[in-house]
Structure formats: structure tokens, C-alpha cells
Design a protein around this ligand. Structure first.
Ligand code: Q46
Ligand code: ZN
Ligand code: ZN
Length: 311
């Protein structure tokens, strides 16, 4: 098997592009796809301060690696969710990653800020763990970006994630979500930071190959709370289709962005955001869902301070 660029020994096969690459040309391909995403979707410039939401998983660490290699100003934020050993290990991996590359990593801890981890919060609020977790992460990443003057929040969502979300939203005809699904969510006047997904042109397997070739250590196990997530069922269904017809995932998601999304634009008008009476973050009701969650665990409000590990 030969690299289609240099005719050297190929290490990676990409059936969806009908291509094979050696390690160097695969890296070139990977950087190229991220740069294309950034430029095509006008995600950010070299003047912007970017905050990367890192979890210790491959996608977010790969994204951070690529952004810093391309010369962007990118810092990381890790949120310790207090999920026993899983959180300890993933935090350590993020700290080691930042230390080896002399990058700035901010740390927030739910046990420190809220007095308990996701399990405890879920018990007190009677919400499923992933629902509390999603709400808390969205809120903290957004508020932290604004309070610490980041213009853009970047997440490691890849093509598999986005295609699976699209499939789920389509299966249930979630027209509001369909109208908003995008690799870029612009900022708004109501304290919403711009959010971007620079890996949306790359698959999970490609991110894993990049991590392997660049010796990026990441947490291999799934979060112990992730069992039974419907997104995994949609991913498996899409993997089956991709195996039999390479390119299906990208045709589905990129095709949606190009041709399908506009049909749902009317569905977006239904949401009127206001400022939360307590914390001034964007919300659709008087007190935002995060402040309601705080009330349920007996807290009035929180202040954010970064426990930075800056090298
Ligand atoms: S971290 Fe949080 Fe995920 Fe774990 S508790 Fe659920 S949502 S599964 S991305
Ligand atoms: Zn090559
Ligand atoms: Zn609030």
C-alpha cells in the first residue's frame, strides 16, 4: 500500500477520500482539513484568544495540539466533574499534556465549587447524570470564556459526533435543533460566546490515528455514566452505513449544511433569550436552569476563579 502523495509506505487508509497516506502526509491532510474548517466557516483568526474545552479524551486534546501547532493562541479549560477515578485520570492526562507543551490549562472543580460531583448533583436535583452534566458544562464553559476574555470556545466534536447528532435530530424531527446545528454558533449580545467545532471535517478514527502518530496520551475508557447513550446507537448505525458505502457520513452532514439546513431556518424564531435575573447568563426563563440547579443543592451563586496550571 503506497502513499498517494509520495509513493512511500502508506500507514493510513481513508476509504471516504479514496486515499492512503504515509505518516507525514496524513498529518498534512489532517492540518489541512482543520485549516479548511476554520477558514470556510470563519471560525477565528490569529488575533483571537481561543479557549479549548478539554476532557482528557482524544478529540479535545488532538484539537488543542493542532491549534497550537498551527500558531493559534489556544488555552485549555478542564472541568473536574468529580466522577471518582475517571476524573482523576482524565485531569492528570490534561495536566501532563499541557505541561509537556508549555500550554496554559485552566481547571475548575465541581466538588470544590458546588461541594459535590455529578452523582451527588444528580441525586439532589433528580435529573439524570448526563442531563445535569451537560447543563453544567455548557454554562461553565460559556461563563468562563466571557469572564476570562476569550473570544471563542472550541470543542472537539468530530464528523461522527455531528452526523450522529444530525441523525438523532432528524429521527425525532427536532426542527429547532436542526435549524441551529452548525460547526459555528455565533456570539450574541446576551453573553453567549462564539462556539466552534474545528474537527467537523474529520472522523473519530482519523482523530485517533492523529493522536497515535503524535504520541498524544488520552483517556481510553468511556465515562462510567455514559452507558446506554442514544448517540452511541446512532454512531453504530452510521458506522454500518459507512462501512458499506464510504463517504456516507460526510455526505449526510456536509450535505445537510450545504443543502438541508436552510429548510429549517424558520424554526429558529421560536426562542427568545433573556438575561438570567441572578447570574445574567442567557436563558429562556427568568432564572436560568443553572441557577435553579444551584438552588436545589442549597447554593445561592458561584464565583469562577481559574486554578490555572500555567507553565
Ligand atoms: S461526561 Fe458528563 Fe458525558 Fe459523563 S456524565 Fe454524561 S455527559 S457521559 S460527554
Ligand atoms: Zn507520503
Ligand atoms: Zn443564572
Amino acid at each position: 500500500m503506497k502513499c498517494i502523495k509520495c509513493r512511500g509506505k502508506a500507514q493510513i487508509k481513508l476509504p471516504r477520500h479514496n486515499a492512503r497516506f504515509c505518516a507525514d502526509h496524513f498529518r498534512e491532510f489532517f492540518y489541512g482539513q482543520v485549516e479548511k474548517a476554520i477558514k470556510k466557516e470563519k471560525m477565528f483568526s490569529f488575533n483571537d484568544k481561543i479557549l479549548v474545552a478539554v476532557s482528557g479524551g482524544k478529540d479535545s486534546l488532538v484539537l488543542w495540539e493542532v491549534l497550537q501547532r498551527l500558531g493559534y493562541h489556544a488555552d485549555g479549560l478542564y472541568i473536574d466533574l468529580g466522577i471518582s477515578d475517571y476524573s482523576l485520570r482524565s485531569k492528570k492526562l490534561c495536566e501532563d499534556f499541557a505541561y509537556k507543551r508549555s500550554l496554559n490549562l485552566h481547571l475548575l472543580s465541581l466538588p470544590d465549587m458546588l461541594g459535590m460531583g455529578i452523582k451527588g448533583i444528580s441525586r439532589k436535583t433528580r435529573r439524570p447524570p448526563c442531563s445535569s452534566c451537560g447543563l453544567i458544562k455548557r454554562y461553565l464553559f460559556n461563563r468562563f470564556s466571557l469572564e476570562f476574555s476569550y473570544q471563542v470556545l472550541a470543542t472537539g466534536h468530530n464528523l461522527d459526533d455531528e452526523a450522529a447528532t444530525l441523525l438523532g435530530n432528524t429521527m425525532h424531527w427536532q426542527t429547532g435543533y436542526l435549524s441551529r446545528q452548525s460547526p459555528v454558533m455565533p456570539s450574541n449580545h446576551l453573553s453567549m460566546v462564539k462556539k466552534v467545532k474545528p474537527l467537523y471535517r474529520l472522523t473519530e478514527k482519523e482523530a485517533a490515528s492523529f493522536a497515535f502518530l503524535n504520541e498524544i496520551d488520552y483517556i481510553l475508557e468511556e465515562c462510567p455514566m455514559a452507558t446506554g447513550a442514544s448517540s452511541l446507537i446512532y454512531k453504530n448505525a452510521l458506522n454500518y452505513l459507512e462501512q458499506n458505502s464510504p463517504g456516507t457520513k460526510q455526505q449526510f452532514y456536509w450535505g445537510y449544511l450545504k443543502k438541508g439546513k436552510e429548510y429549517f431556518s424558520h424554526a429558529e424564531n421560536g426562542i427568545d433569550l433573556i438575561s438570567c435575573a441572578k447570574c445574567h447568563q442567557p436563558t429562556v426563563v427568568e432564572t436560568c436552569a443553572f441557577c435553579q440547579l444551584l438552588e436545589k443543592i442549597g447554593l445561592e451563586k458561584i464565583t469562577l476563579s481559574s486554578n490555572s496550571s500555567t507553565i
